[in-house]
Write a protein that binds this ligand. Structure first.
Ligand SMILES: Nc1ncnc2c1ncn2[C@@H]1O[C@H](COP(=O)(O)OP(=O)(O)O)[C@@H](O)[C@H]1O
Ligand SMILES: [Mg+2]
Length: 668
């Protein structure tokens, strides 16, 4: 499992709205380039570790939806005369009797999409990023169809689709999610480039019958020529970008790349090979050469995605702790909300909750129904995934001489002068702190943890400067504590293993509530929201944080709400525990080395947690250890979440968060 295996259970909250409203016919947008969108304002914008830490949310079971339950096509709106202008169609319109040629056969885009729906019914629920696994799909409704420009005669077509997928929940109610799909459509034989191990699964299928019989349809994210068309839209047109139908493309060509962050690097590699990233993820990322990476958000919500919002704010602030943002695209949503009408599950604070996009202005208004669809950022060439990097060191503990854990090689918490120019590990030997080398094979990672803490604090400081902050008063803090307590009680029902600790854990949350009585306040600000080692990368310029989307299972309005920054710190502390515990998953239960390795792992986790906290405080941000009550409560809240996750999905892993629960309950 991984953060990217995180799936969201099917949403049922909009069921009533759907039932009351007839499905909208999808408008089909032709590739007319509209006047540029308004210029962006000058200043703006679980979870398991990959393979091991709980995703933000996870379906109870990862079964596939049963396409036999209903024929989505029959439930989808018919596209009445959607015959659209293929401007090359002088002879296309007579093409029905001709052998298939891509553009000439496709004069009816709406019809093409309709004919693809039965194939999608089978293909969509099998995709890693499909959130509603395990629930029958009852309808797939094309909510918007946009033909993207750039196809020469005979080239595959590139259609941008927003698909509303309706599913039945366990209680029989229906709900829906909106998904983004880049659809490639091509006549003739399957090209070799779509028949490789990396691309075969992208083929949706061939249309069976009707005017588009035999046409090959596929996920265009895996077809380089089509992704380059999309990249062209993102990177041309200047900061105002371009508009194609409801799609709005914007870029920051004027952005000054901070020194050391790849300044002088060429623009996105339009002529370099494009490939879909191999990381396990909940979205789909396309890497262009070694220069840029485009994340396509798969499940689309109305509103500004925090990944774009925070990445852009940090880039504009000159932070080199995130990959520089280059461009993005959004859609005006064809169907009105679907919006974030959920009750707030965390204490309210004053915050912005607009649903407009970045291009609409710094203070987006609720009238603008823009949804973030994609984010193009500088590619961190040669960067090393934080989770993998940490695991390399954890695994090295196995080679540690048979000695007491105190003599484990992960030296004392490093002090405060750490060079960051060192290349990520894989180098020999890397630079550490105060002359302590970080050598692969020694398990010593704490100097890196220190630097990661410092980078995290720098991101928090920059976010606090760039975006709204607020103060949590007594009522807010009490509400925060009571939300945690409620979550604990709900969790204990799902995971009885929590029961023996329940009362002690409640005391932790009560201590937080009581701490508010003496009039203290908590600072709240925008945070990462889903931080763990797998969301960080060690690059030649130090640690960089990725993926500011927050927990995708939570509604956007909640993800965009200011929170105590310590929440991110607590989440990263848990991640060190997971990395250390990973060692034991690779050791047989009856291995005589197990007790020794368990002790080494615990020592490793403790030292790296300390180093991370020390690095965080060294950057000048509020010292998380200065408020142990809050830190303790937030870490406990996260561990409770993990217990539920592991109980449901990986019972073998339950001991990892449970041992943290035991420690936290005992005051550790
Ligand atoms: N700018 C980047 N440079 C290099 N690799 C990146 C970059 N952004 C993301 N990645 C890689 O892609 C993976 C997934 O990216 P992420 O933004 O976390 O997507 P998701 O939202 O799907 O989890 C990361 O774990 C990392 O390995
Ligand atoms: Mg991620």
């Amino acid at each position: 499992m991984s953060d990217t295996s995180r799936s969201r259970s099917v949403t049922t909250r909009h069921a009533a709205a759907h039932a009351a409203r007839p499905p909208a016919l999808p408008p089909v947008h032709q590739p007319t380039t509209h006047p540029p969108a308004a210029q962006p304002p000058a200043s703006q914008p679980t979870t398991p570790q990959p393979m091991t830490q709980p995703p933000a949310a996870q379906p109870a079971a990862a079964q596939q939806a049963d396409p036999q339950q209903a024929d989505p096509r029959s439930a989808a709106p018919r596209t009445a005369d959607l015959r659209t202008a293929d401007t090359r169609t002088a002879d296309a319109r007579t093409a029905d009797t001709q052998p298939p040629r891509t553009p000439s056969r496709v004069t009816d885009l709406g019809g093409l999409v309709q004919d693809t729906l039965p194939l999608l019914c089978d293909w969509l629920p099998r995709q890693r990023w499909f959130a509603g696994k395990g629930h029958p799909v009852t309808a797939i409704v094309p909510a918007a169809v946009t033909l993207l420009p750039g196809a020469a005669p005979g080239d595959p077509l590139l259609l941008h689709l927003l698909l509303r997928v309706e599913q039945r929940g366990l209680d029989g109610s229906t709900g829906s999610d909106l998904y983004q799909l880049l659809l490639g459509a091509l006549a003739g034989a399957t090209p070799a480039r779509l028949d490789t191990d990396a691309t075969r699964a992208a083929v949706i299928g061939r249309i069976n019958g009707g005017p588009h019989d035999g046409l090959l349809t596929y996920d265009a994210a895996y077809d380089e020529p089509l992704t380059l068309r999309l990249l062209g839209l993102l990177t041309t047109g200047g900061p105002g970008g371009a508009q194609v139908g409801p799609l709005r493309f914007s870029n920051l060509s004027g952005l000054t790349t901070p020194a050391g962050a790849g300044s002088g690097a060429p623009g996105p590699g339009a002529d370099a090979p494009a490939r879909v990233g191999t990381a396990e993820q909940s979205n789909t990322s396309i890497v262009f050469g070694d220069t840029s990476i485009l994340k396509l958000f798969r499940r689309v919500s109305p509103g500004l995605n925090p990944d774009l919002e925070l990445s852009l704010a940090l880039s504009r602030a000159g932070s080199n702790r995130v990959p520089a943002t280059l461009a993005w695209f959004e859609s005006e949503l064809p169907v009105l909300p679907e919006t974030e009408a959920e009750p707030e599950s965390e204490p309210g604070v004053e915050t912005e909750t607009g649903t407009g996009g970045v291009a609409a202005g710094a203070e987006p208004g609720p009238a603008a129904q823009l949804a973030t669809l994609g984010l193009l950022q500088r590619y961190l060439s040669g960067g090393r995934d934080g989770w993998e990097f940490a695991l390399t060191h954890v695994r090295a503990l196995r080679a540690t001489p048979d000695s007491a854990p105190d003599s484990a090689p992960d030296g004392p918490t490093p002090v405060r002068s750490a060079p960051e120019g060192a290349a990520p590990d894989g180098r020999s030997p890397g630079e550490g702190v105060d002359g302590q080398p970080i050598q692969p094979g020694t398990g010593n990672f704490s100097a890196e943890s220190f630097l990661l803490g410092r980078s995290t604090a720098e991101v928090h400081l920059a976010l606090a400067r760039a975006l709204p902050v607020s103060v949590l008063g007594r009522a807010d803090i009490e509400a925060l504590a009571s939300t945690m307590a409620l979550r604990l009680d709900a969790a204990a029902l799902v995971a009885p293993a929590l029961k023996p600790y329940q009362e002690s854990l409640h005391r932790i949350f009560r201590a937080l509530a009581e701490s508010a009585r003496d009039g203290r306040r908590l600072r709240a600000q925008r945070i990462h929201g889903d931080l763990h080692l797998g969301q960080s990368m060690r690059t030649g310029r130090g640690w960089v944080l990725l993926d500011f989307e927050g927990e995708p299972a939570k509604p956007l309005v909640e993800r965009r709400r200011p929170q105590p920054a310590v929440r991110d710190v607590a989440a990263m502390l848990r991640s060190f525990d997971y990395a250390a515990a990973h060692l034991l998953t690779e050791v047989a239960e009856d291995d005589p080395q197990r007790p020794r390795l368990a002790a080494l792992a615990a020592t490793w986790a403790g030292r790296n947690r300390e180093a991370f906290l020390a690095g965080y405080a060294a950057a000048g941000a509020e010292d998380p250890t200065a408020d142990p009550v809050l830190l303790h409560a937030l870490e406990t809240d996260k561990a409770v979440y993990e217990v539920v996750y592991e109980s449901r999905n990986r019972p073998d892993w339950l001991p990892i968060p449970l041992s943290a629960i035991a420690r936290l309950a005992a005051g550790g």
